[in-house]
Design a binder for this molecule. Structure first.
Ligand code: C5J
Length: 358
């Protein structure tokens, strides 16, 4: 079992039962003009931990440790924001008001996004949360239990508010928690110091504390499947699907509609509303192709028969092909194929060309 040199004593964790929770590394807390600054805080203190947090994220990625990025924020209607949270602080600007980074602490606004260096990678979990603690109003406990996680490495901001609340909530639910001293920060150095001490006091009444270097040293000994989680999930699903699929004849009785040259479509969820999920079967005639385009949301393709290629890889019957937002590719199918496609955002060729130009 990997062991971290920690306080009040060494922390050991099972390599396949540990996850990193990075709390609220959002522009609204770390950059001027956001929520933290609106409360009169000096955000420069928080900016100092960004390189350490990045080293920690990279170390966990190398070791294959699952990463959960929490994001404090509210839906645009503020239906999930208690009035007490809005009025607290009596500031000139509060949650939902417009600031230099968009509406303060509103999901989807630039300020609510992660600081650029710490953006989640595809396959990592992003957990929006309406409260300070990450278990309040979320499925975090269910997510961790399904992943069979028993041990949590915790970092982020701010130490005595969202980080400490989350650590206490996790501790009460039976998780063994370690707070990473130099990967967490507060607007108030004395509050950070006190939090670290109260967590590890009384024999670790809430958990352990350790430096990022000590955590990284322990992680470097882990031999896990270090492929990004998304690749592992895709390989597992592809293996299962390969047993289910057949050949193109099976799809002849479908009421195909013309889509593009050499490609037909059978819409399943035919979304007329931009931004809604949409899905369809697509049938490529042998030699058909779709020119270069950009995906504004995620795209999942399951190849049901034949094969198709994005120019780098060829996907055969039974393969799952997952593209994160921002992917730019063209598709060709020398032998023809039938695929199930699921798009997170409406696929529009006009939109795609505009996005590519931007
Ligand atoms: C605060 C947080 N301090 N992430 N949020 O309001 O700690």
């Amino acid at each position: 079992m990997p062991i971290v040199s920690a306080l009040p004593y060494d922390y050991d964790f099972p390599a396949d039962g540990v996850a990193l929770i990075m709390i609220d590394m959002q522009r609204d807390f770390v950059e001027p003009g956001g929520f933290g600054a609106s409360l009169g805080n000096d955000v420069a203190l928080l900016q100092k931990i960004v390189p350490t947090v990045r080293r920690l994220l990279d170390g966990c990625r190398r070791a294959g440790v699952p990463i959960i990025h929490t994001q404090e924020g509210h839906v645009p209607s503020l239906a999930d924001c208690p009035p007490s949270k809005r009025t607290r602080g009596r500031c000139a600007q509060t949650i939902g008001d417009s600031g230099p980074m968009g509406r303060i602490l509103v999901l989807g606004e630039p300020g609510c996004d992660f600081v650029p260096e710490l953006r989640p990678l595809p396959g990592e979990i992003v957990l929006p949360k309406p409260g300070k603690g990450a278990f309040c109003g979320t499925d975090l406990d269910g997510i961790l239990r399904r992943m069979k996680v028993t041990h949590l490495l915790i970092g982020g901001v701010t130490t005595e508010v969202c980080v400490q609340t989350t650590m206490r909530e996790a501790n009460d639910r039976g998780y063994e928690c370690l707070l990473i001293e130099d990967a967490t920060e507060s607007y108030f150095p004395e509050f950070k110091r006190a939090t670290l001490e109260m967590v590890r006091a009384q024999g670790g009444i809430v958990g352990w504390t350790a430096t990022a270097d000590n955590v990284l040293k322990a992680l470097s000994g882990i031999e896990r499947d270090a492929r990004p989680a998304i690749h592992r999930a895709v390989a597992t699903v592809s293996k299962a699907l390969r047993n289910l699929v057949g050949n193109t004849e099976r799809f002849d009785d479908i009421a195909w509609q013309p889509f593009r040259s050499g490609v037909e479509i059978f819409p399943i969820l035919d979304s007329a509303i931009p931004g809604k999920y949409a899905s369809a079967l697509l049938r490529y005639q042998p030699g058909a192709s779709v020119p270069q385009h950009v995906h504004l949301g995620c795209e999942h393709i399951v190849v049901l028969a034949g094969s198709q290629s994005d120019g780098c890889e060829t996907y055969k019957a039974g393969d799952l092909f997952a593209s994160p937002p921002g992917t730019s590719h063209s598709i060709s199918s020398p032998d023809g194929c039938v695929v199930l496609a699921v798009w997170e955002k409406l696929v529009s060729f006009e939109l795609m060309s505009a996005a590519r130009i931007a």
